[in-house]
Design a protein around this ligand. Structure first.
Ligand SMILES: *[C@@H]1O[C@H](CO)[C@@H](O)[C@H](O)[C@H]1NC(C)=O
Ligand SMILES: *[C@@H]1O[C@H](CO)[C@@H](O)[C@H](O)[C@H]1NC(C)=O
Ligand SMILES: *[C@@H]1O[C@H](CO)[C@@H](O)[C@H](O)[C@H]1NC(C)=O
Ligand SMILES: *[C@@H]1O[C@H](CO)[C@@H](O)[C@H](O)[C@H]1NC(C)=O
Length: 340
């Protein structure tokens, strides 16, 4: 019996109001990593973290996976001396890019899985082409990764209460790096010709301290959740944290509306494609009524938001997924897969 399982829920409900397809019933697949299982696996899995993501070591004292996430029999270690008996070795792409040839020199023990991990999009992951026929599993925000670690997820709940934070401003955006070539830059420029966007972040020399971000954003009706690049499933903390956790309604620029709807209710966000022009989007925002605004919060009665922010949790999930993952697999074209 598997010690763990990944549940995919299907939940049906009536459609949100600005789509007028009254008869359409939608399905969303929410992915839950619930019920890590009470059965102890036959042995403790050792997950060797080859490079700490972004050179940022995390505290592993105690039984981290059990103590923090309720995941049993899972030992995380950064100690390369454990290589020969590790069940899994995980490599973080950004650090491979920097020191790519700092790879294990001993041969790979039979059955050991090498995991390629990233939370960045293909546009921001360089040098992928040299990593063919090396990794057995992937860990990323892509739903078809072997170990799927989204930035957040909807957790079905009953009787959740949510108070919409008090609002003092219409639209805000927080941006740390702004490049004119990005799709979001031209969108922002155009939108701000129709309405005033309050902008914060390093890019405009108005950085927000980490504990100031959510309280600041929550005072706005809308948050521009503009991804730095547009790729399948690449839906980041800009949606989950800066919008949903803060309690601002996201205006999203990213993959298609359909792609978002695989993970979140259709009436929880505004998609650029809902409007035939940026001007009409701006009109919709400025002429918002309280009634219409409240509709963006209806889903809060049914779902709570869980965000994933800690690399230790992502690595522990390797253990909870382990027994259901393919035991023989090789990524022969990693770049091709990731750009798909
Ligand atoms: C690491 O975590 C342990 C257990 O939670 C805690 O007691 C200890 O103070 C932490 N160490 C550091 C350096 O934060
Ligand atoms: C909004 O403001 C009112 C009046 O100042 C206050 O009573 C209420 O608690 C505030 N609501 C939230 C969610 O902060
Ligand atoms: C764009 O949409 C608005 C209403 O949302 C409609 O009135 C207008 O005719 C549309 N324009 C075009 C060019 O489709
Ligand atoms: C993992 O990938 C390596 C490299 O391609 C391969 O030799 C090995 O057989 C794979 N291991 C498993 C258990 O699939």
């Amino acid at each position: 019996m598997s010690m763990t399982s990944r549940h995919r829920l299907r939940s049906g409900s009536a459609l949100g109001s600005f789509l007028v397809l009254a008869t359409l019933v939608w399905n969303i697949r929410f992915v839950l990593f619930s019920s890590y299982g009470s059965e102890a696996p036959s042995h403790t899995l050792t997950i060797l973290i080859w490079h700490w993501p972004f050179h940022h070591p995390l505290n592993l004292s105690g039984d981290v996976c059990l103590d923090l996430y309720g995941i049993q029999s899972c030992q995380l270690t950064p100690n390369r001396k454990q290589y020969s008996h590790a069940d899994v070795v995980v490599f973080h792409h950004h650090d491979l890019e920097k020191k790519g040839f700092d790879m294990p020199t001993e041969s790979r023990p039979p059955g050991q899985k090498w995991v390629w991990a990233t939370l960045e999009s293909p546009s921001n992951s360089h040098g992928l082409g040299i990593w063919n026929n090396i990794f057995n599993w992937t860990l990323s925000y892509r739903e078809d990764s072997d170990i799927f670690v989204p930035y957040g997820q909807m957790v079905p709940k009953s009787f959740v209460t949510f108070d919409i934070p008090n609002k003092t401003g219409l639209v805000t955006w927080v941006v740390s790096s702004y490049r004119k070539s990005q799709e979001r830059a031209s969108f922002f420029k155009e939108l701000s010709s129709h309405l005033k966007v309050d902008i914060y972040g390093k890019a405009v020399k108005k950085p927000l301290c980490s504990s100031c971000l959510l309280p600041t954003v929550s005072r706005y009706y809308f948050y521009l959740a503009l991804e730095n690049s547009v790729h399948r499933d690449y839906i980041t903390e800009k949606l989950w944290q800066n919008s949903f956790v803060a309690g601002a309604v996201p205006v999203v620029l990213g993959p298609s509306r359909k792609n978002y709807e695989r993970f979140v209710p259709p009436d929880s966000f505004i998609h650029l494609s809902d409007f035939n022009s940026t001007k009409n989007l701006a009109n919709f925002l400025v002429s918002m009524t309280p009634e219409r605004y409240h509709q963006f919060f209806r889903w809060r009665k049914r779902y709570a938001v869980k965000t994933y922010t800690d690399w230790r949790e992502r690595f522990c999930i390797i253990c909870s997924s382990y027994s259901s993952l393919p035991q023989t697999k090789v990524y022969s074209d990693l770049e091709g897969w990731f750009w798909e």
